[in-house]
Every structure is written in C-alpha cells, then in structure tokens.
Design a protein around this ligand. Structure first.
Ligand code: NAG
Ligand code: NAG
Ligand code: NAG
Length: 478
C-alpha cells in the first residue's frame, strides 16, 4: 500500500518537474530579457500646407540578421524630433515590406512600383513572390488579399496608441539564412503616405481624400462617380487651402520615426505569420473554392453613404465572411479603421466572438490625443490562442457612423497566426499554468522553488518508504 502510494507520488512530481523545465513559458522567460529595440528615421518628406507625399523608399534601416520581430511602432516627427499632430500632418498610412534583392542590385522607386504591380505567384509556405526581374523576390504577408503590395506591418493615424506587440513566445521570423536565395540580401521597402492639412478648408475632408478638395483631373483612374479615396490624394496632389491662410514659408520636413523590437532567433521563439482580412474582399464561397490568394480581390477602400434620417440609427454596418485557407492559432488581433469608425468585430461561424477592436478618439490638440481622429485601436490577446482550421469561416463586421458620409474608409483585421503552439503540449495543472503565464520571473522562481521543495520532500519520503518496505525503485532524476 505504502509502496504504491510512494510510486505514484514520485511519478506525478517527476512529470510536473519535467513539464516545468521544458514548458514554453519557461523556455521563453529566458529570452524575454533579450528583446532588443532600436529607433530609426525614414528619409525626410518635404511638406507644405495642403501637400501630399506618397513616397516609396527601397532600403530602409532595419535590424539585420536572423531575427523574430516583436513589434513595429511608428509616428511622424518634425526636424527637431517632436511628434507632429494628426491635425497638422495626417498619417494616411505607412507600410513596410521586406524584399530579397540580388546583391549589388539597386532598386529604384520606379522599379519598386513596377514590381508592385507585376508581382507573380506566391510560394504558399514562405510567402515569397518573384518580382518582375530575377533580381527581386518579395517577402509578403501571408494573405488573404491579392494586392500587389502586401506589407508585414503598417497602419495609419492610430499608430501611437495601438499595440503591435506579438505575444511571447511568438515572433515574426525574418532573415532565416536557409530561406535567403543564394546571392541575395534582405532589404526593407517602406511606403509613407502623409497629408499636410495645415490651413486647409476641411482637415478631415483632406484626410479622407475627398476628390472635390484636391486638384485632380477626372480621367482614366478617377471616374466621375468616384467621390474620394487614395486615387484623389496621390503623391504631389494638393488639398485646398483656406483663402487668406498665411502663406509665409511653411515648408517643413517630416520623418517617420519607427521603433522595432525584436529577438535574435532561436529555438525558443515560435514563428507567427501576419494575415490581413479585408472587409472589401470580393471572395465568395464557390464550388471548389480553395481560399488561395488568387481568389481574393480587395478594393481596400469603400465609402459610407450619409443616412437619410438623422439620429442614433445612423450606423453603416459592413460584414464579410471569409474562409480561412490555413491551420493555425491566432495569438493577436487588431482592426484598422478610419475616423467615423465605431468598432469592429471578428467572430466564428455561429457567432462565437474572437475579438472586438474599438477606436480610441482624441479630445485635445496634442499628438496622440487629436480631437476627431482615431488615435488608437484596442487589440486582443486571446487568453488561449484561437485555433483556426483550414476551411473554417470567420466573419468580420465594421461599423461606421453614417451621420455624415465618408469616403475612402477601410475595414481591415490584422491577425497574427502561429502555425504551431510550443512543443510539447503538456498541460499543466491550472495553478501552475496561471503562475508561469505571468510575466514575472519572480513568480516563476517562487513556483520552481515550491516545486523543488515538494519534490525533495517527496524524495525523502520515498527513500524512507523504500528503506521501510525494501522495495527498490528507479532513482529519481530531477
Ligand atoms: C496640384 O498642385 C501641386 C502643387 O501645387 C502641383 O505640383 C500639381 O502639379 C498639381 N496637380 C494638378 C493635376 O494640377
Ligand atoms: C523655406 O524654409 C525651408 C526650411 O526652413 C528652406 O529650406 C527653404 O529654402 C525656404 N524656402 C523659401 C522660399 O524661403
Ligand atoms: C455594429 O452595429 C450593430 C448594429 O448597430 C451592432 O449590433 C454591433 O454590436 C456593432 N458592432 C460593433 C463591433 O460595434
């Protein structure tokens, strides 16, 4: 009797110690301290009241080597390094994408745009897309939209108060030497679209790229019924400035200041991919749908018509259901929407919610709190990664106020998806799971010590029992 009890005690403690030693949380606790961070500045954008810059840069500063990116945060700053408020220069968006370029090949802006339009078929496992020339291989996000430019990171005006942190132990893997085509090196492309609204007649109208405020000509790209959107605020267009606005020399240079956090890659880091789910995606389930990228045409922007009757009911609800063409685990979710946005939700078929992402509006003038602008989005870090199976349908819903009309709004969910959970998947008793999940090293050490004491006590009890009943059991290895 005593013999049996001793044995089962030892076995379960041995298993527990084992689980803690190799548990994912423990594995990553070691690397947590190794998160590095660096701040960079883009090349300058020269702005004047009402001016628009939609610039592409082909070789941005970025941490090099085989790394796991944990976050990418950015904001516009002026020459002196001060934050520029959205009501002076609206950050329409920035987008960042890695590309493999043949060593010595110099990518011009023209080449980039050409490549962006002519990108070809995707390697589904690695998100690599051959460029128009054999000198370039794009590293895209994992889907779903079949857009020519498919960035890994990028948002807009809400950047200052939106978390992009990829939770531990996950990170976005970049620069794996085994993936790098021979003779190529990794470069970073960046697109920055900024609108200077100082002195303009309608700041939010300029930010929404309303065509009637811009000096654009109706023609090929801009059809008469196109009311607003990025075609009307392309590079070097001009938004209407107030009559009598003091036009002294207001030229100024601004920069995108971006902060990258990363870890050096090692086996304790779990790779995660970036997917963008777009509410304007044209995808519909048809017989034989695979969900592949070729099936996803995305308009990216859409308009919100003003409601007929004033009042509380003026909400524009746009929904889209998409089949997920992957197996994985969602570890972080956030939405991107524009001013006028009321909220967004992502849910499973049948209604189970995955994430509700809500806009934060500013109520002042200082950067990060600009009244009338979306200055941040809430994001979700599911307690347990949300398992998604190939073929499953997720539904997104984007709400905008239609009290007034809006042009060129967006509805995008970005989801960070781990292909695997940390191995091995030994489930710990709830108590220990809660403890190891806490980010406190102290809590972990405390748990370890308690377990060590319990195990040692058990070992002593076990040895005593052994001596008492003479049963010889294999030695306990800790
Ligand atoms: C719009 O204005 C800008 C700045 O004055 C000018 O450079 C550009 O050529 C104008 N575009 C059109 C289509 O008139
Ligand atoms: C306006 O100011 C900028 C920066 O302060 C300067 O580079 C530029 O030469 C000035 N332009 C004129 C016309 O004075
Ligand atoms: C969107 O609006 C609908 C209708 O008013 C409402 O039922 C839903 O909860 C809203 N969703 C979000 C995420 O705000």
């Amino acid at each position: 009797m005593a013999r049996y009890r001793g044995r089962s005690l030892i076995s379960s403690f041995a298993l527990l110690v084992n689980a803690l030693t190799i548990s994912p949380s423990h594995g990553f606790l070691g690397t947590e301290k190794k998160i590095k961070s660096a701040v960079f500045l883009s090349p300058k954008l020269v702005m004047n009241p009402g001016s628009v810059a939609n610039a592409f840069f082909s070789d941005m500063d970025f941490p090099r080597g085989h790394i796991g990116i944990k976050s990418f945060d950015a904001e516009l700053v002026d020459e002196a390094g001060n934050s520029v408020p959205l009501h002076e220069t609206y950050l329409h968006h920035f987008a960042v994408a890695p590309v493999y370029a043949r060593k010595g090949f110099k990518l011009s802006q023209r080449d980039m745009l050409r490549n962006l339009v002519l990108g070809s078929k995707q390697d589904p496992d690695r998100n690599l897309v051959a460029g128009w020339s054999s000198d370039i291989v794009f590293v895209n996000n994992a889907g779903l939209c079949n857009n020519p430019f498919r960035p890994l990171f990028g948002v807009g005006g809400e950047t200052r108060k939106t978390s992009t942190y990829v939770p531990d132990p996950y990170a976005i893997e970049i620069g794996n030497p085994e993936e790098t085509p021979a003779g190529f090196e990794l470069k970073w492309l960046m697109n920055i679209h900024a609108i200077d609204t100082r002195g303009t007649v309608d700041k939010l109208g300029c930010a929404e790229c309303r065509c009637d405020l811009y000096n654009v000509t109706i023609g090929q790209e801009i059809k008469p019924d196109y009311k607003g959107g990025y075609h009307c605020c392309s590079d070097k267009t001009q938004c209407l400035v107030r009559n009598g606005f003091d036009n002294g020399n207001k030229t100024r240079s601004i920069y995108l200041k971006y902060t990258v956090r990363w870890v050096d890659w090692d086996s304790s880091v779990m790779p995660a991919k970036v997917y963008l789910l777009d509410v304007t995606d044209s995808w519909e389930r048809k017989e034989g749908s695979t969900g592949d990228i070729q099936e996803h045409d995305c308009a990216v922007e859409y308009d919100v018509k003003p409601c007929k009757t004033n009042g509380d009911g003026c909400v524009d609800v746009k929904k889209k259901s998409l089949m997920m063409p992957f197996n994985g685990y969602i570890v972080h979710v956030g939405a991107h929407l524009h001013s006028g946005g009321l909220g967004a939700s992502l849910s499973r078929e049948g209604g189970e919610g995955i994430c509700t992402s809500m806009p934060k509006y500013g109520n002042g003038v200082e950067p990060g709190n600009e009244a009338g602008y979306v200055v941040g989005m809430t994001t979700c870090y599911p307690q347990e990664p949300v398992k998604v199976s190939y073929g499953e349908t997720l539904t997104m819903e984007f709400n905008y106020s239609s009290a007034i009309g809006h042009t060129g709004v967006m509805g995008i969910f970005y989801i960070i998806v781990a292909q695997q959970l940390p191995e091995p998947e030994i489930s710990l008793p709830a108590l220990f799971q809660a403890q190891t999940k806490s980010e406190s090293l102290l809590a972990f050490l405390a748990v370890t010590m308690v377990v060590a004491v319990v195990v040692l006590t058990a070992a002593v009890v076990y040895r005593r029992q052994n001596r008492e009943d003479g049963y010889h059991y294999q030695s306990l290895s800790i």
